[in-house]
Write a new protein. Structure first.
Length: 75
């Protein structure tokens, strides 16, 4: 089982389905484009560890970095 990510909107109760980091990032960006077009994407990323062992701290930091890049690209 692979690690999963779910993105939550910072403006409403919307959240993406559990999936890969890139799928979640694309889905939340599309949600903001449809539902909050004049708002910079925000919110939070939830992380669910898969069955394999590894450094989850790095993956969480990577998730935060991706979210910040999405926010920066919207300017």
């Amino acid at each position: 089982m692979a690690d999963s990510y779910r993105y939550r909107c910072g403006e409403c109760g919307h959240h993406t389905a559990w999936g890969s980091e890139s799928q979640g990032a694309e889905a939340i960006e599309a949600h903001y484009g449809r539902s909050h077009p004049d708002v910079v994407p925000g919110g939070m990323v939830e992380f669910r560890k898969g069955s394999s062992s590894g450094g989850s701290g790095c993956l969480i930091a990577l998730g935060i970095l991706v979210l910040l890049l999405i926010i920066a690209s919207r300017h």
